[in-house]
Design a binder for this molecule. Structure first.
Ligand SMILES: NC(=O)c1ccc[n+]([C@@H]2O[C@H](COP(=O)([O-])OP(=O)(O)OC[C@H]3O[C@@H](n4cnc5c(N)ncnc54)[C@H](OP(=O)(O)O)[C@@H]3O)[C@@H](O)[C@H]2O)c1
Length: 237
């Protein structure tokens, strides 16, 4: 939505067609844009490969935002090998396939922005998110390597690291935690808010604003960084 407000033509990609249609209808068209959507399930890498090729054949992509749902929580000692394979495919392999599809067009134009929405766990692992911490670290290193290779073509690759951000995912995490701990959802959300110096959880548009800035020509000399948008929660530089 923030990118559409800045005049971008948006191509949406997720599983739920009805939700995609709703979002598409809410996108700004103030610069006479054409928005579109495609349906794909990121748990199926072959589906994502096919759709990546289709999208890049039908659109010129200047900005790619990788932002699918995160792996399930739980202690790492209990995680099955399959959970790591699923998360690796969903987050790393699909990112790679999408990047390979859009980079030739970006190179041709001498302009590209690749932004990966990951998690602050790439700086400091979060308790109870074993598989996620592991795969997020891999995605961050994949991204930095990509930044090193693609910078010479006017393409930047950066990571935005959200802290607790009030999306439907956070709502369901808070509901699950409340059920497990016997506290209310509001108490869980208050604990999350309290963990950040800002003393509140973030808003989706605050993460989106960081993505939007990194997408612009103004951010041309910012490449290969991890940018936390977490109200100061991460206890490291
Ligand atoms: N919210 C937070 O507090 C927080 C904190 C740290 C990191 N993050 C990370 O930031 C990213 C976005 O988070 P969010 O809170 O916006 O998550 P969300 O509310 O769960 O939204 C995730 C988006 O990804 C799509 N998606 C999920 N699974 C998919 C799949 N298998 N195939 C295709 N699309 C899929 C969803 O659409 P469909 O359901 O229609 O497919 C939805 O558009 C995630 O990687 C998340 O882990 C979030």
């Amino acid at each position: 939505m923030e990118l559409a407000k800045l005049g971008a033509d948006i191509v949406l990609l997720a599983r739920n067609e009805k939700a995609l249609q709703e979002v598409q209808s809410e996108l700004s068209e103030s610069s006479n844009q054409n928005h579109s959507y495609y349906v794909a399930d990121f748990s199926k890498t072959s589906e994502v490969l096919a759709i990546s090729k289709k999208i890049s054949s039908q659109h010129h992509i200047d900005i790619l935002v990788n932002n699918t749902g995160g792996p399930a929580g739980g202690p790492i000692i209990d995680a099955e090998a399959e959970a790591f394979r699923i998360a690796f495919n969903q987050h790393l392999i699909n990112n790679q396939q999408l990047v390979q599809a859009v980079v030739p067009g970006m190179k041709e134009k001498g302009y590209g922005r690749i932004i990966n929405v990951i998690s602050t766990s790439v700086k400091v692992p979060l308790n109870g998110l074993g598989v996620s911490n592991t795969i997020r670290g891999a995605v961050a290193n994949w991204s930095k390597t990509m930044a090193n290779e693609l910078g010479q073509y006017g393409i930047t690759v950066n990571n935005v690291l959200p802290g607790a951000t009030m999306t439907s995912r956070l709502d369901s995490i808070a509901t699950n935690k409340a059920e497990k701990t016997g506290s209310s959802k509001d108490e869980v959300l208050a604990q999350m808010a309290n963990a950040a110096p800002a003393k509140r959880v973030g808003l989706p548009e605050e993460v989106a604003n960081a993505v939007a800035f990194l997408s612009t020509p103004a951010a041309a000399y910012i490449n290969g960084v991890n940018l936390p948008v977490d109200g100061g929660r991460t206890p490291s530089l």
